[in-house]
Structure formats: structure tokens, C-alpha cells
Design a protein around this ligand. Structure first.
Ligand SMILES: NC(=O)c1ccc[n+]([C@@H]2O[C@H](COP(=O)([O-])OP(=O)(O)OC[C@H]3O[C@@H](n4cnc5c(N)ncnc54)[C@H](OP(=O)(O)O)[C@@H]3O)[C@@H](O)[C@H]2O)c1
Length: 337
């Protein structure tokens, strides 16, 4: 540790299930062999942060540090780290992101793409890889522009993405749109977001607040016969209980449901596959998917799917504002440290 290095750093701990959150001083971390020590500049919010505080969905251990993802500048690297050096700007999964300095696994990080800000880069990984999990791991649809993903399975004849303006949904629309430009992709979203979701790659966008939403989706499907598969990114099926009627009776009748903690029964004969981000991260070469994000964005193959919303500055602000994040929003919330 250089002489000028501080001896302590601060983290935001969730003291027990349900809170409170408190700023705690802890010893300055030393990265392990495969870790990168990051001086955090930004942290991104996900709904799971409040779900961990309130329902301990990720771990039953408290006190704990919340936050999945963030970004900053590399301050030190472990002896086995080869992809990053001191001074690099990186983003990715940190698992305990709400702190001033975090030691994160090298394989969970990517270099900030030169055409994105750090705020934008930090907003991307969790929901992008969750969408990859839904498409590739749950439904076996290849995404050829990711060289680290297998080419098993085949594309569907049409797809419905429920929650096209959610962070997971916008990524799913874009991934499929880039991979299969002529695939009929129907997405649901509020009408104010239709043009954005169309620009990402949807061929049709339907307002999920319409009283005839399932019939509207079916009418928008090729020849009005319904869609081959559904990717539900927001547990929409829990309220749109007739949504399986939008499936083509002669299609593959697969329903990929992103895990939200909400139970969602489907019609008999429909194959529901629950999706978690870990499905893609834990697969062989899972780390390489993350590393590939930088090049795909820099080459313009993949773009930031949703705008970001900087909500307040400083780790201390998080003590009071976490509930703001609980209100799901089209713009991904980010805090600058
Ligand atoms: N299991 C995992 O690994 C994993 C990973 C990531 C996320 N998740 C979960 O996935 C869910 C989505 O997360 P997110 O961050 O992508 O959400 P988000 O970005 O916060 O999604 C908010 C958007 O969802 C849309 N929406 C809400 N209800 C809808 C409905 N019934 N039909 C269509 N659209 C609807 C709204 O779009 P409009 O603005 O157009 O109304 C809203 O703006 C959360 O429950 C999260 O915890 C799970």
C-alpha cells in the first residue's frame, strides 16, 4: 500500500432486514489474487437492492452491503489480474457496490467503452446479462454477435417481450433486433415509450394499459395467429392473466419469465422457464460475455438501451433515497459518489 493510501474507507451497511442503512468505516481493502480494487465513482440501482433490504432475497446475512453494480477507477490489482491496470475506468458486477472502494472479481468487470460515460456504462451489465439469460440460456436462441455464447438452438418465428421499456426488456428487444433484423418482435410499453422501443428493434409496440391488450398483441402478431414465445421481464403475467392466449396454438408455447419474486401461473401446455442473471454468468465462458460488452458498444453493434437518471450525489444520500428506487422507472437510476 503506498504511503499516501488511506487506512480506512466507507461503506453503506444494511444493519438488519428492513434497514436501517448506516455509513460505516471499515479497513482499506486489499484485493485478492483475482480481484480489482475500484475507487467507486458511480453506483447503479436495481429493484433487487430494496428486495434484499426488505426480504433478504440475495443473502440472509446482515449487516450486509447492498448494490449489484457500479463503476470507477482501478486503484490496485491482485497478482493474478491480467485485463486491468491501475487508472483504468471499469464497470460491472461488484455485488457489494454501495461503498467508496470495492474489491471486485476481474471476470465480473468490463472496461468502460470509449463512447459511453462511466455513468452510462455502470447502468448496463445486470439487466443486459439478465436479458441474455432469458434469450440464450432459457430459450436457446443464439446471439451470434457474442462470440462467447454457444450457437445451439434456433430463432423463434416471433416473440413477445412484456415490459419493453424495463431495463431487462429494452435489452431483450435490442439483442433480438440486432441478431435477427427480420424477426417479428412485439413489445409492450406505455405509449410514450413506443418510438424509443421501436428504435431499439421492436417491429410493433402495444400499450399494456389498453383494456384489450392481449387481443391487441394477437392482432399485431404475424397473420394474427399469436406469438411463438413470450419473454416476461416485469411479471406482467401476474396482472395480465389471459396473456397465454397471445401464444400461437401451433407454436413452441414457451414463456421465459425473469425472476421477480412474484408467482405467475401459466396455462397448461405452456412451458414456463424462470430466468435469473446467474444462468448466463455461471455458464462456461460466462465471464467472457461481460468482457465482450466493451467492444460491442465501441463498434456500435450494441447501444445504451435506456437513458439514465442521476438521482443524487454522495453515499450518504442513499440512506434516505433507496425507496425512490423501489418505484420502477423507465430511466435507470444512478448515484454519483
Ligand atoms: N432475477 C434476476 O436475475 C433479475 C435481474 C434483473 C432484474 N430482475 C427483476 O426484473 C424486474 C424488472 O427489472 P428492471 O430493472 O428491468 O425494471 P425497470 O427498468 O424498473 O422497469 C420499469 C418499467 O417496467 C414497465 N412495466 C411495468 N409494469 C409493466 C407491465 N405490466 N407491462 C409492461 N411493462 C410494464 C414500465 O414501463 P412504462 O414506463 O412503459 O410504463 C416501467 O417503466 C424487477 O422485478 C427486477 O427485480 C431480476
Amino acid at each position: 500500500m503506498p504511503a499516501s493510501t488511506p487506512t480506512t474507507t466507507v461503506q453503506l451497511q444494511c444493519m438488519k432486514q428492513g434497514g436501517p442503512l448506516e455509513i460505516v468505516h471499515v479497513p482499506y481493502p486489499t484485493p485478492k489474487e483475482d480481484e480489482v480494487l475500484i475507487r467507486q465513482k458511480v453506483v447503479a440501482f436495481n429493484l433487487v437492492d430494496t428486495k434484499q433490504r426488505d426480504f433478504a432475497v440475495r443473502s440472509s446475512k446482515f449487516p450486509c452491503v447492498l448494490g449489484l453494480e457500479g463503476g470507477g477507477v482501478v486503484e490496485a490489482v491482485g497478482d493474478g489480474v491480467t485485463r486491468f491496470k491501475v487508472g483504468d475506468e471499469v464497470a460491472g458486477w461488484e455485488w457489494e457496490a454501495f461503498q467508496e472502494r470495492v474489491a471486485a472479481k476481474e471476470g465480473m468487470l468490463f472496461k468502460k467503452p470509449s463512447n459511453l460515460t462511466l455513468v452510462e456504462a455502470a447502468s448496463m451489465p445486470d439487466c443486459l446479462v439478465t436479458a441474455i439469460s432469458a434469450i440464450v440460456t432459457a430459450l436457446h436462441i443464439p446471439l451470434p454477435f457474442f462470440s462467447s455464447l454457444p450457437a445451439e438452438g434456433s430463432p423463434p418465428s416471433s416473440v413477445l417481450i412484456l415490459g419493453g421499456a424495463s431495463a431487462v426488456g429494452a435489452n431483450a428487444v435490442q439483442l433480438l433486433g440486432v441478431a435477427y433484423p427480420s424477426l417479428p418482435i412485439i413489445a409492450t410499453a406505455s405509449s410514450k415509450h413506443h418510438s424509443h422501443i421501436t428504435n431499439l428493434g421492436a417491429s410493433q409496440v402495444v400499450d399494456y394499459k389498453s383494456s384489450s391488450v392481449t387481443a391487441d398483441i394477437k392482432a399485431a402478431s404475424p397473420n394474427g395467429i399469436g406469438v411463438d414465445i413470450i419473454i416476461d421481464c416485469v411479471a406482467a403475467g401476474a396482472s395480465q392473466t389471459d396473456i397465454c392466449d397471445a401464444l400461437d396454438k401451433n407454436g413452441s408455447k414457451r414463456y421465459s419469465s425473469v425472476f421477480t419474486g412474484v408467482d405467475m401461473p401459466v396455462l397448461e401446455g405452456v412451458n414456463k422457464i424462470v430466468t435469473l442473471v446467474n444462468l448466463a454468468l455461471n455458464r462456461p465462458r460466462g465471464n467472457e460475455i461481460i468482457a465482450e460488452i466493451t467492444k460491442l458498444v465501441e463498434k456500435g453493434i450494441y447501444k445504451l438501451p435506456l437513458p439514465v437518471r442521476v438521482i443524487r450525489y454522495g453515499l450518504e444520500a442513499l440512506v434516505d433515497i433507496l425507496d425512490e428506487v423501489k418505484k420502477a422507472s423507465y430511466k435507470k437510476p444512478i448515484l454519483i459518489l
